[in-house]
Design a protein around this ligand. Structure first.
Ligand SMILES: Cc1ncc(COP(=O)(O)O)c(C=O)c1O
Length: 473
């Protein structure tokens, strides 16, 4: 058997380039893209070593190297020292949202970041829709196709409401989105090319991880401290490679609960300016003005985008939010939104804006902000002595576990005790090791007492050692 035949037999992925025209490295990348799309080669599969594939295809090693590099730039594969080049995750492999499965009927759910249950939500929505049904002009507007930036009247309403909350965003600076996750995805899709790099805290919101992966972007983790992303670490990363965008939650991060001081925000802005990097501030976990620091778009209006959503204020099912962006980026964002869905839904915007700007919503939001503070107090009381990190108006808290608990064991054991919560894994960027920590969401239980019961069960677990594992051989 000759060298080529032996090499062909050892290649578990062997593209057929017989009908391809030069340059061969491009043909190789195209074939790879097709084979990934058809499922012939799967996320996580390793590509053959370069010399082996070169021998099998009778091309130079340089051709294969160039093809692999181009495939990496396009986000098709990922090269790692020591483990070769592997097909990157696509939709199927992107972080799944199994953690969004609701807890069982009998379990106390501390796993989801949702608004605190209150029958007022249904009552207010019902009253709002009844009012709207009697307003022919508003109904006609809702029936019309909307401009891709969203209905102007709705943007004006939202802008006025945000101004009352201490945030100055003009209607022309915002584009209406179908919630915060859509704003994340839209930003990445419109402004970052496949293969380019974005960065975030090493532990971050899983929706961002999913969006970056789905779009074939490189997503790099930045080390954090008690204030979130460290500017020195970010600077070092930017010196090593071009980062197009930094995603962050300066108020309190999900899941880690870190809050950024003004000095820290300014230091991050300095790094961003030095390396011409965009800043994407996720403000979905909206806190009252008295507790809010300076948004990044006030410190760096030329490069900061800001995400707003009603999901944590009114209800996640409304799918209504907005993205603030510098004027020069708006045409790209508008074009991307147009391509995705033509325009945001007018009816949903009409309902969400009318509700948010009503006095009913003031009652609801003030109740929720107080209730959050009360629940945070319960959390601090029940878990006193453990290093919980949170925010006075936070939906979630972060709990590093005492030795020798492991996060996965803790979550499993909690489930047996009737408490559902999430370990650190879904929040980890790339293949970062997951810390032994869990996220505790304090909002899903219907009452404070049920929350307390759930936390007390966790406390009892923390105070005791984990059950012994059967030794393995
Ligand atoms: C930090 C953060 N950003 C974005 C989102 C998504 O928000 P939306 O439901 O508006 O898409 C969430 C939802 O949990 C979140 O926690």
């Amino acid at each position: 058997m000759d060298l080529q035949e032996r090499a062909r037999q050892r290649c578990h992925w062997l593209p057929d380039l017989s009908a391809s025209s030069p340059p061969m490295y491009k043909a190789l990348v195209e074939q790879l893209a097709q084979d990934i799309a058809s499922g012939a080669i799967k996320p996580g599969d390793r590509l053959p070593p370069q010399r082996l594939l070169a021998d099998a295809l009778q091309v130079t090693v340089g051709t294969v190297t160039r093809a692999y590099r181009e495939a990496e730039r396009r986000g098709l594969v990922e090269a790692k020292v020591g483990s070769g080049t592997r097909v990157r995750g696509t939709q199927e492999q992107a972080p799944n949202f199994h953690h969004l499965t609701r807890a069982g009927q009998d379990s106390i759910d501390l796993s989801l970041s949702v608004p605190i249950p209150n029958p007022l939500r249904q009552q207010q929505l019902s009253a709002m829709m009844e009012q709207l049904s009697q307003m022919p002009e508003a109904l006609q507007t809702a029936l019309n196709y909307q401009p891709e930036q969203g209905c102007l009247e709705q943007r004006e309403q939202l802008s006025a409401w945000l101004a009352q909350q201490g945030l100055s965003i003009a209607p022309e600076e915002m584009i209406v989105t179908e919630g915060g996750q859509h704003a994340d995805f839209l930003t990445l899709q419109a402004l970052i090319k496949p293969g380019e790099a974005v960065a975030s805290a090493a532990l971050t919101y899983p929706g961002m991880i999913a969006a970056a992966r789905q779009l074939g972007l490189k997503h790099l983790p930045v080390p954090t401290d008690s204030e979130g992303i460290r500017p020195d670490a970010l600077e070092r990363l930017c010196q090593q490679q071009r980062i197009r965008l930094l995603y962050l939650m300066p108020e309190y991060s999900n899941p880690g609960g870190e809050h950024m001081s003004l000095a820290r925000r300014k230091a991050i802005v300095e790094v961003a300016r030095r390396h011409d990097m965009l800043l994407l501030e996720d403000g979905v976990q909206f806190v009252p003005a008295t507790l809010r620091g300076k948004p990044l778009f006030e410190l760096a209006p030329e490069r900061a985008l800001y995400i707003f959503s009603v999901s944590k204020l009114l209800a996640g099912g409304l799918r209504f939010g907005a993205l603030r962006a510098p004027a020069n980026l708006m045409p790209q964002l508008r074009a991307a939104l147009r391509a995705q869905c033509w325009a945001p839904p007018g009816l949903m915007g009409a309902v969400a804006c009318r509700w948010l700007t009503s006095s009913d919503a003031d009652v609801l939001l003030n109740w929720q902000w107080q209730a959050l503070q009360q629940r945070q107090n319960i959390l601090s009381e029940v878990l006193a002595g453990y290093p919980v990190r949170s925010h006075p108006c936070g939906f979630n808290a972060w709990l590093p576990l005492p030795e020798p608990w492991r996060a996965s064991e803790f979550v499993q054991h909690a489930e047996k005790q009737g408490v559902t919560l999430i370990a650190s894994d879904p929040f980890c960027v790339g293949s970062q090791p997951a810390p032994q920590a869990v996220r505790i969401c304090i909002t899903p239980p219907p009452t404070d007492d049920i929350l307390r019961q759930g936390l007390e069960r966790l406390r009892a677990m923390l105070d005791e050692a984990p059950p012994m594992l059967a030794p393995l051989i």
